[in-house]
Ligand binder design. Structure first.
Ligand SMILES: C[S@@+](CC[C@H](N)C(=O)[O-])C[C@H]1O[C@@H](n2cnc3c(N)ncnc32)[C@H](O)[C@@H]1O
Length: 211
């Protein structure tokens, strides 16, 4: 199911600033050479992530699910001086793609390769902004694991919270993945430690503030 009417989506893209050239190239290369290019955030969501990062000016960003690094670069645009982004990716075959995309060292991007659930347990300090975009059936676990990495005023952005509209299906017909996302959406809405707003951008983005 299209979440946003395609012409509205196109109008929004056409009336947003264009992607920086490095991001158009990364998007083209991903579509040409990497499996599942649909996973990439893309123009509109990318500009939105960049805007969020510029508004927050975070010192430390955590990203769960790098893929080819498109969202990593969008988020990094808004880092404050001396800030860095830690990005976690299970698929270490993407390492050469990351080296090509981040190799100019324009931003301080620290890649961690391995399973997010393991790696999150080893992280220390707090993050100003966390972007959750890895395994959809693990969102609740990621939330539990990042709890100690947040402080009041930290923000979490969660991708794919509408899962192609499948979250509207009757619960008994939902796939395991849809059920997990729906359960995550329900739990975060009921959790008094957080304030959440869900937006129908691309496949659904929730913006969550740690109170
Ligand atoms: C939707 S893609 C991320 C897209 C990227 N954030 C962007 O917007 O361009 C999800 C990525 O998460 C990775 N992933 C899935 N489960 C993971 C896990 N348990 N630990 C680490 N990475 C994982 C996948 O390999 C995939 O590259």
């Amino acid at each position: 199911m299209e979440i946003t009417e395609p012409r509205i989506q196109a109008y929004c893209e056409n009336h947003s600033s264009p992607e920086p050239p490095a991001l158009s190239k990364l998007s083209r290369d991903t579509h040409a050479k990497v499996l599942n290019p649909r996973m990439l955030s893309g123009h509109l969501q990318g500009r939105f992530l960049s805007a969020i990062a510029f508004m927050l000016k975070p010192k430390r960003i955590l990203e769960i699910g790098t893929y080819t690094g498109y969202s990593t670069l969008c988020l990094a645009e808004g880092l404050s001086d001396g800030g860095h982004i830690v990005s976690i990716e299970r698929n270490d075959e993407l390492q050469t793609v990351h080296e090509a995309a981040f190799g100019d060292r324009k931003y301080d991007i620290r890649m961690l390769y391995g399973d997010a659930k393991q790696l999150l347990m080893g992280l220390e300090g707090t993050f100003d902004l966390v972007f959750i975009d890895a395994d959809k059936s693990e969102y609740e676990e990621y939330l539990n694991l990042i709890e100690d990495l947040l402080k009041p005023g930290s923000w979490i952005v969660v991708d794919n919270v509408l899962w192609d509209g499948h979250v509207l299906e009757p619960e008994q017909d939902m796939s395991e993945e849809t059920r997990s996302i729906h359960r995550f959406n329900e739990k975060i809405r009921a959790n008094t430690k957080y304030e959440v707003v869900m937006l129908p951008i691309r496949d659904g983005l929730s913006l969550i503030r740690r109170l």
